[in-house]
Design a protein around this ligand. Structure first.
Ligand SMILES: Cc1cc2nc3c(=O)[nH]c(=O)nc-3n(C[C@H](O)[C@H](O)[C@H](O)COP(=O)(O)O)c2cc1C
Length: 211
């Protein structure tokens, strides 16, 4: 990638957040900057659930559940994913130089659990129907979208590696298949997402009722 600035160059020191101006009160509210408070905040950020996959050097398929995925650029089509540096799969993604992102459907919650577990690689793939893209990275047939990517850059920031992928192929299913969502430590789905045009989609946090 060209024209990128050092990711740290624009970081400014965190400052306390000023309280809203209530009658006669101007004191600052201390901003909790510790990582537990950060994680508690991020648990409120509902996200689509994906399984990242790659083909390892010995032909073994690898994969892990991830929500830290973000679109970066439409031209060239590029996205990023953030992988914990303690993840066993991280090195394999970087070594493979290519990977795939499978966006899970609401009915894929067991696959999400399986790929976030300590199961060995081959057992993670024993659920679901899998094919592969040109690079060999596994594609999940029930995924509502799959992106085959060429790894273009890795940036290390704190606990995570930010992995940029240039998308070489996109597969999509019908927009009427609802996505699997994750928030507050649990899986859920949009109510009414199967009837895609409904404007009043609602979050159903208790997935036990719904799957
Ligand atoms: C809903 C959910 C989302 C997750 N998102 C991420 C993520 O974005 N990045 C990450 O590194 N780990 C994420 N994890 C944790 C990994 O899936 C988990 O640590 C997995 O066991 C890693 O496998 P590995 O150590 O074999 O690589 C997530 C877990 C869950 C349940």
């Amino acid at each position: 990638m060209t024209g990128r600035h050092s990711p740290r160059a624009n970081l400014k020191e965190a400052r306390p957040v000023a309280a809203p101006m209530a009658a006669g009160r101007t004191e600052a509210v201390p901003c909790e900057a510790d990582s537990e408070a950060f994680k508690a905040g991020m648990r409120r950020l509902a996200a689509s659930v994906t399984v990242l996959t790659c083909l390892g050097p010995s032909g073994t398929r690898h994969g892990m559940t991830a929500t830290a995925i973000c679109s970066v650029s439409a031209d060239p089509p590029t996205l990023l994913c953030c992988i914990n540096r303690s993840s066993a799969t991280r090195e394999l993604f970087i070594a493979a130089g290519s990977f795939a992102i499978n966006v899970l459907s609401a009915s894929d919650h067991e696959i999400a659990t399986r790929f976030a577990s300590r199961l060995p690689p081959h057992q993670r793939f024993s659920a679901g129907h899998w094919t592969s893209c040109a690079s060999g990275a596994p594609l999940l047939e029930s995924a509502i979208a799959s992106f085959a990517c060429r790894l273009s850059e890795v940036v290390e920031i704190g606990s995570h590696s930010v992995i940029f992928g240039e998308v070489v192929e996109t597969r999509t299913r019908s927009e009427h298949v609802p996505p699997l969502l994750y928030a507050h430590g649990g899986y859920g789905r949009f109510a009414g997402a199967a009837r895609a045009a409904l404007p009043e989609m609602m979050w159903i946090p208790d997935w036990h009722d719904d799957f």
